[in-house]
Design a protein around this ligand. Structure first.
Ligand code: ZN
Length: 222
């Protein structure tokens, strides 16, 4: 399948959004989206400066991470994105960053506790902590999928590494990455001020359900 330029432009712009929202440094971070055929995804090339990214550089890969279309090497996290798409059918967008506050929680090896309503709304509870894994095989993907399965959170902190987020499309995954960093910052400040008091489970459930089902304009992407 050949990918039209509009899709390439969309994924290119969502990658640039990572820099716009201050979630990445230099060339780190990546966004991908699963294509309509379900069997391929478009991802950022490896090691290209955000300032130099163009739609034509986006790489089309199959779900084993093999390049189908594109002249450059795909992101070094391509195998992880591929693993997530292979094992989570409802996921059509994946984002990876080393955003500062969220990654600080990963460095102290702690999930982000659900101490503010914005976390209950967006993530339905704590942002969980996944295992430590080295890049280069399936371990990171496996750790992400195993941690997120049975969890409402669209974000996971990978121990001593950074953040992966998922969504129904790439934009939703980018939103989860932005919100994850925002709440990580607030909870970090709270952590320095005293003991974080978590919201009661039943209240988290009520907040999550309201935000996911009622909040916003009809038909508007959240
Ligand atoms: Zn990374």
């Amino acid at each position: 399948m050949s990918i039209d330029n509009q899709l390439r432009e969309k994924i290119c712009n969502l990658n640039i959004d990572l820099q716009r929202y201050g979630l990445v440094a230099w060339t780190s971070g990546n966004v991908s989206e699963r294509m309509a055929d379900g069997k391929s995804f478009l991802i950022k090339p490896s090691g290209v400066m955000y300032e130099d990214l163009t739609p034509a550089q986006m790489i089309l890969c199959d779900l084993d991470g093999n390049v189908l279309e594109g002249d450059l090497a795909p992101s070094s996290d391509t195998q992880t994105h591929a693993y997530i798409y292979r094992h989570m059918n409802h996921v059509n967008g994946v984002v990876h960053t080393h955003s500062n506050y969220a990654t600080a929680w990963a460095a102290i090896q702690k999930p982000i506790p659900c101490g503010i309503t914005a976390m209950a709304d967006e993530f339905g509870g704590d942002i969980p902590l996944g295992p430590f894994a080295l890049i280069g095989n399936e371990d990171i993907g496996k750790g992400i999928v195993e941690t997120l399965r049975g969890h409402r959170s669209a974000a996971v902190l990978m121990k001593n590494h950074g953040v992966f987020t998922i969504g129904k499309d790439a934009k939703a995954a980018v939103k989860a990455a932005v919100m994850c960093e925002d709440v990580a910052k607030t909870m970090w400040i709270a952590h320095t001020l005293g003991t974080i008091e978590k919201i009661a489970e039943k209240d988290i459930d009520a907040l999550y359900s309201r935000y996911q089902n009622i909040y916003g304009q009809k038909g508007e992407g959240k």
